[in-house]
Design a protein around this ligand. Structure first.
Ligand code: ADP
Ligand code: ZN
Length: 710
């Protein structure tokens, strides 16, 4: 664990930084100015609180939200951090005693209202602190308030301009959740930030594929099947130590190199296993959440949650350990209702009622995610206050789209029921009213008399819940975070009620399985990649290195794709430094040459008519075009092409079947065999044509022949 992570854990109890935090904190510690743009709820406060603790002197935080200062200061004090605030809510007496305690050097964080800060008496005060102890930083929260171009201009912020001239050497960090480019420039200009580090953080991780599968009864098999198809490193998270041991054991028995990791093991064992994972000596770590905080392995290709995580925050962080090298990686969550009861049991063990309530709300949100029909990214990012429009193209809900329906009228019914209940009730109650339920709570509140009572009988409870979840996920309605999940209307809800906005939701169907690694490589390159990985592993072992230190996955993939056969060509790829070229170049080149040699083996000679087809195909014509040119049926040409492929003729399959489909068909053939086109088609479904299947099957057979002849 790095020093920063240790400090984070010590002072705030968190295991890892959220996106952007570490970069911002490091910059501030290096005396650099920073402009930080992060979604609401993203953890901006920590970006100045942690440096304030680590640097000597007093940190000054400017915040316009006087009402929140007390809360923030109290929660810091709860963590044993010396913080205080000065604003107009204090009596003269209170303010004086606080200033005294600052002058005595007892305080490391001071919250100030902007109008206070710019007064000359306050400036003098800060100057004397600076002389005595130093000022560690200025943090300007809600920095967009300084700009007239923003949505929340506050004139008192304008005077913060003078800070820089008074305290030229104190680093300044400006934080905001919303900033257009114009507002951003304005903030930098108004505060005279000096060559600031500009950190704009979205929580989106586009290279991660998110999927939720209903947990089957044979869930171990489900896991095993998934892992068997993976060829990179991965983590499997489980809820309990016992489960960790059991799963690791079974995977090993089934031929997958896997090790357990949990807090009950000795330090020595844990660090040994961690090193083996880092060096790719073991493919899979099965762990409780204790695993992953300290490790920085960039090439983790999959993370499976075998059990339901307790909340979305954990899920986001744990799944986020995959694919830090920005290469595609998969995040699979197995969701079973039994897990809900396990977690509920754990929650019931908590001491006070409030933390139980909050934990339950977190769990409900996790379930909403798992059962949700919206784009998984939209749901996750919504959790962090970030708006994402959906259709990411890289989650199960987007790739196996459920029918999208216009539910505007139902949404209006739902939202108006929320309004009529004066925004004081939760989802279940609202649905019960709409469905005309006879339960007591409804009568006690007189809600059976509402005009919305019973107007939604035509939809099932689940259908209404699906709508309500989607409204929340899409940010079309909100809920309180106090553990009660009271539904609240926002500006968008009102737009729906006023017929100014339509509502589309995805209607559930059972989800299907997808795998998604290396889809951007053709089959040849995928096979070469496997060889290159093995080569890399051998080289790494010989030097006691982790494989990614030789070449990153990104570089290896480029190699598999470009198939360079000389050092010059290899040098062009990104990630190939001169040193690495000298050190490893030859080894990889000879591997690639061997591969090319083995895969180029034309033996039988095709007939005249097939040769004609071959020549046209090599000029890039499609099957339909060749058929038209030669005046024969496309099926005939498709047969030619597949025979040519099987005969090892130089043809590229991508010319006829897109790579993505190739891989899916290939995987299906691997499972159901190559004997019957009909069986393959049935396994694949309507979306794939016989022609495509036939061509991929030819390619598959070609590869089988090559394999058996080497
Ligand atoms: P913002 O000001 O960006 O809206 P906050 O600073 O209030 O967000 O943080 C939002 C929540 O996230 C707080 O409850 C905070 O304690 C929590 N948080 C911040 N950083 C982390 C972290 N690294 N790990 C877990 N929780 C965090
Ligand atoms: Zn999506």
């Amino acid at each position: 664990m790095s020093d920063l992570e240790t400090a984070l854990k010590q002072s705030f109890g968190y295991e890892s930084f959220r996106p952007g935090q570490k970069e911002i904190i490091s910059a501030v510690l290096a005396q650099q100015d920073v402009l930080a743009v992060m979604p609401t709820g993203g953890g901006k406060s920590l970006c100045y609180q942690l440096p304030a603790l680590l640097k000597p002197g007093l940190a000054v935080v400017v915040s316009p939200l006087i009402a929140l200062m007390q809360d923030q200061v109290e929660s810091l004090q709860n963590n044993g951090i010396a913080a205080t605030f000065l604003n107009s809510s204090l009596t003269a007496q209170e303010a004086r005693s606080r200033r005294l305690s600052i002058l005595q050097g007892h305080i490391s964080l001071l919250y100030l209202a902007p109008e206070k800060l710019v007064s000359s008496s306050c400036k003098n005060f800060l100057h004397s602190i600076q002389d005595k102890y130093g000022l560690s930083l200025f943090a300007i929260d809600e920095a967009h308030c300084i700009s007239e171009w923003g949505h929340d201009f506050r004139p008192e912020y304008r005077q913060l301009k003078t800070l820089r001239s008074h305290f030229p050497r104190v680093p300044m960090i400006a934080l905001t959740a919303t900033a257009t480019e114009r507002v951003r420039d304005d903030i930098i200009h108004q505060l005279t930030l000096k060559q600031p580090k500009i950190q704009i953080t979205s929580f989106n991780r586009p290279n991660l594929y998110y999927e939720v599968q209903p947990k089957k009864r044979q869930h171990y098999n489900q896991l095993f099947k998934f892992i068997r198809h993976q060829n990179g490193s991965g983590i499997v998270y489980c809820l309990s130590r016992r489960r960790v041991e059991e799963v690791a054991f079974r995977l090993r028995k089934d031929g997958i190199s896997a090790l357990p990791y949990h807090a009950g093991m000795s330090d020595g064992n844990r660090s040994d296993y961690q090193t083996r994972f880092l060096r790719d000596d073991v493919q899979v770590i099965v762990a409780t959440i204790a695993f992953g905080m300290g490790i920085d392995k960039p090439d983790i290709r999959f993370v499976v949650h075998y059990d339901l995580p307790r909340n979305l925050e954990n899920y986001y962080q744990e799944a986020g350990r995959a694919g830090r090298d920005n290469e595609p990686a998969q995040c699979l969550l197995l969701f079973g209702s039994k897990d809900i009861r396990t977690i509920e049991y754990l929650i019931a063990q908590k001491e006070d009622e409030k933390s139980q309530r909050l934990a339950r709300q977190q769990l409900r949100k996790m379930i909403d995610y798992a059962e949700g029909t919206d784009c998984r990214r939209t749901i996750q990012l919504n959790y962090f206050g970030e708006h994402f429009s959906g259709n990411c193209g890289n989650c199960d809900n987007c790739l196996t789209p459920k029918p999208i329906e216009d539910w505007t009228i139902e949404a209006q019914k739902f939202l108006s029921c929320v309004a009529r209940c004066r925004e004081r009730f939760g989802m279940t109650h609202i649905i019960s009213i709409l469905r005309g339920s006879k339960n007591k709570k409804i009568e006690q509140n007189g809600h059976h008399l509402l005009s919305t009572y019973g107007i939604g009988k035509e939809q099932s409870f689940d259908a209404w819940r699906n709508l309500a979840r989607s409204l929340l996920h899409q940010g079309l309605m909100t809920e309180t975070t106090d553990g009660y999940r009271i539904l609240k209307l926002n500006q968008r809800s009102w737009e729906i009620l006023r017929q100014k906005r339509t509502v589309y939701i995805a209607v559930p169907k059972s989800s299907s399985q997808k795998t998604g690694s290396n889809k951007d490589l053709d089959l040849d390159s995928q096979q070469l990649l496997i060889r290159l990985r093995k080569k890399r592993k051998r080289l790494a072992d010989a030097q006691h290195l982790a494989p990614y230190m030789i070449f990153a996955d990104t570089t290896l993939k480029q190699m598999a794709k470009a198939k360079p056969t000389s050092l010059n060509l290899l040098a062009d790829l990104s990630g190939v430094t001169e040193h690495k070229l000298n050190e490893y170049g030859e080894a990889f080149i000879s591997e690639i040459q061997a591969f090319l040699h083995e895969t180029r083996l034309p033996i039988p000679v095709p007939s005249q008519t097939k040769m004609k087809t071959l020549r046209l195909a090599q000029q890039g014509y499609s099957i339909e075009e060749i058929a038209a040119t030669r005046g024969v049926k496309p099926e005939t040409i498709a047969n030619h092409v597949s025979e040519l492929i099987e005969m090892n003729q130089p043809l590229k399959l991508e010319q006829f079947v897109p790579k993505y489909e190739q891989t899916i068909i290939w995987e299906t053939i691997t499972v159901v065999g190559d004997q019957s086109l009909k069986t393959i088609r049935e396994a694949l479904g309507e979306a794939y044509s016989y022609q495509q299947i036939k061509l991929v099957r030819a390619w598959w057979r070609r590869k089988q022949n090559q394999l058996s002849s080497t």
